[in-house]
Ligand binder design. Structure first.
Ligand code: FMN
Length: 433
C-alpha cells in the first residue's frame, strides 16, 4: 500500500487528512473520537483571548443548500470562534497531544489586532506541546465586525504585521488561514510569506446568504425575524477553493510556499485534486459534519488505492503534479479540436442535450421523428454543454480530431494555429509579425 504519511512544514501525521478548525475540533471528546476514526491531524477550533466570553446566537446557526437527492451541497454558518473558556481548551489540548503523539495538533488563533494580544495568547499556548498555530484571518461573520477574522485577512499589511509578531514571539510553525472574500487571493498569500509564515491554508468560508424565508421576509437562518450573512462551505465551494490554491501554487511570488487545502473536501478524489494543485495536505469540516468522523476511512483507502494504481510511493509525488498544467487562457492549444458523439445504445432519449444545444448553444444536435439524437459536426463547437446536462454518465463523449483532419465547422484542417498568441485574429500576434 502507498505510504500516506505526511510531513507538512515539519509536522508529521499518519495521513494528509486533517480536520479543519470548526465544531468537529472544539473539544477533547470530539478530537479523540476523530483520532480513533483515523484522522491524521486536527486544527483545534479557534481560540480567542481571555476576556469576556464569546456569546453565540441561540437560534439556528446554519443555512443549507441541498441537491435534488437532499444531499447537503453547501452549508452556511453564523457561529463564532470557541465559546468555551480558554483554560479548559488549553488543558484539553495538552491532554490530547500527550496521548496522541503521532497526530498533528494545530491551534487556531484569533485575537485583536494588536501586538500585546498576540504576544499574550502565544505565551499562553506555549506549554500545550501543540505542533503549530494557524492564524484565523478568515471568518467573515461576527468576529470580522469586531476587527478580527476576515477584517484582517482582507488587508495584506495587517496579515504581514501579525504574522511577523507571531514568528517573533513563538517558535511554533505558523500557518496563515486565508479568507476567500477578497479579489485576488495571491495578495494575502504574498503578505503571509513576507511576514514569515511557514504555510498558508485556504479557504475559510465565503460570505453568503443561502436563502430567504418568504413568509418572514428575512434571510435564513432566521433569528427572531432577522438574519445576517454567514460563511459558506461544503462541496459547493470546492471549485472556488481549488482555483485559489492553484493561483498561489503557480504564482512566482509564492511558489514553494506550503499550502493546506480546504473547501468542500468530501472524498479521496477531492483531496487528491487539491494535492495535485499544490496542497501539501487537506483540511475537512463539512464532510465530517455531514457523514461523521469515519468518512476519513474512505478517504484513506481511496487515496492509497489511487496512489498504488499510479505507482506513487508517497504523497510528495502527488503534491503539485497538476500545477504545470494550469495555464492562462491565451496558451491553450487551438489545434485541439473535439466533437460530441452520442452513444445511441446508452441514450435514453430524454432530449436534454437537444434542448440545451438547440435553445442556448449552437444548434448542433439533430432530433429525428423517433427521437434519435445525433451530432451535426459542422455546427458542434465542442462546448461540452450536452455532456453536462445529460443524465446518463458517458452517454455523450468528445472525439478528438486527428491533426490534419478537416474540421467541418471551420472548414480548416486541424493543426493550423498553435494558440491565441499566434492566431491571425489576435491583433497582438499580428503586430508582432
Ligand atoms: C460551523 C462552522 C464553524 C467554523 N468555525 C471556524 C473557526 O472557528 N475557525 C476557522 O478557522 N474556521 C472555521 N470554520 C471554517 C472551516 O474551518 C473551513 O475553513 C470551511 O468550513 C471550509 O471547509 P469545508 O468545506 O470542508 O467545510 C467553520 C466552519 C463551520 C461550518
Amino acid at each position: 500500500m502507498a505510504n500516506l504519511t505526511s510531513t507538512f512544514i515539519g509536522i508529521k501525521s499518519p495521513n494528509p487528512f486533517w480536520l479543519a478548525s470548526a465544531p468537529p475540533t472544539d473539544k477533547k471528546y470530539n478530537v479523540e473520537r476523530a483520532f480513533e476514526a483515523g484522522w491524521g491531524g486536527v486544527v483545534w477550533k479557534t481560540l480567542g483571548s481571555e476576556g469576556p466570553p464569546v456569546v453565540n446566537v441561540n437560534g439556528a446557526r446554519y443555512g443549507a443548500i441541498w441537491g435534488a437527492d437532499r444531499r447537503l451541497l453547501g452549508l452556511n454558518n453564523i457561529e463564532l470562534i470557541t465559546d468555551r473558556p480558554l483554560q479548559v481548551n488549553l488543558q484539553e489540548i495538552k491532554e490530547v497531544k500527550r496521548k496522541w503523539r503521532d497526530r498533528a495538533l494545530i491551534i487556531s488563533l484569533m485575537v485583536p489586532c494588536d501586538e500585546d494580544s498576540w504576544k499574550d495568547i502565544l505565551h499562553r499556548i506555549e506549554d500545550t506541546e501543540a505542533d503549530g498555530v494557524e492564524l484565523n484571518f478568515g471568518c467573515p461573520h461576527g468576529m470580522a465586525e469586531r476587527g478580527m477574522g476576515s477584517a484582517v485577512g482582507q488587508v495584506p499589511e495587517y496579515i504581514e504585521m501579525v504574522t511577523r509578531w507571531v514568528k517573533q514571539y513563538s517558535r511554533m510553525p505558523c500557518i496563515v488561514k486565508l479568507t476567500p472574500n477578497i479579489t485576488d487571493i495571491r495578495r494575502p498569500a504574498e503578505a503571509a510569506k513576507r511576514g514569515g509564515a511557514d504555510a498558508v491554508s485556504l479557504i475559510n468560508t465565503i460570505n453568503s446568504i443561502t436563502s430567504v424565508d418568504l413568509d418572514l421576509f428575512a434571510p435564513e437562518p432566521t433569528i427572531d425575524g432577522k438574519g445576517t450573512h454567514g460563511g459558506y462551505c461544503g462541496p459547493a465551494v470546492k471549485p472556488i477553493a481549488l482555483n485559489m490554491v492553484a493561483e498561489i501554487a503557480r504564482s512566482e511570488a509564492t511558489r514553494g510556499l506550503p499550502i493546506s487545502g480546504i473547501g468542500g473536501v468530501t472524498t479521496w478524489r477531492d483531496a487528491a485534486e487539491f494535492m495535485a494543485l499544490g496542497a501539501g495536505n487537506v483540511q475537512v469540516c463539512t464532510a465530517a459534519m455531514t457523514y461523521g468522523f469515519k468518512v476519513v476511512q474512505e478517504m484513506i483507502s481511496g487515496l492509497s488505492q489511487y496512489m498504488d494504481e499510479k505507482g506513487m510511493a508517497s504523497t510528495a509525488e502527488l503534491v503539485g503534479r497538476a500545477v504545470p498544467n494550469v495555464t492562462d487562457w491565451q496558451y491553450l492549444n487551438l489545434n485541439y479540436v473535439t466533437k460530441a458523439v452520442i452513444d445511441q445504445d446508452a441514450c435514453i432519449k430524454c432530449g436534454r442535450c437537444y434542448a440545451a444545444c438547440e435553445d442556448t448553444s449552437h444548434q448542433a444536435i439533430d432530433m429525428s421523428a423517433d427521437r434519435t439524437f445525433t451530432v451535426k459536426e459542422e455546427e458542434c463547437v465542442a462546448c461540452n454543454l450536452c455532456i453536462d446536462v445529460c443524465p446518463v454518465e458517458s452517454c455523450i463523449t468528445m472525439r478528438t480530431l486527428d491533426q490534419g483532419e478537416l474540421d467541418k465547422r471551420t472548414g480548416r484542417k486541424v493543426g493550423t494555429y498553435a494558440n491565441w498568441t499566434t492566431h491571425p485574429n489576435n491583433p497582438a500576434a499580428k503586430a508582432a509579425e
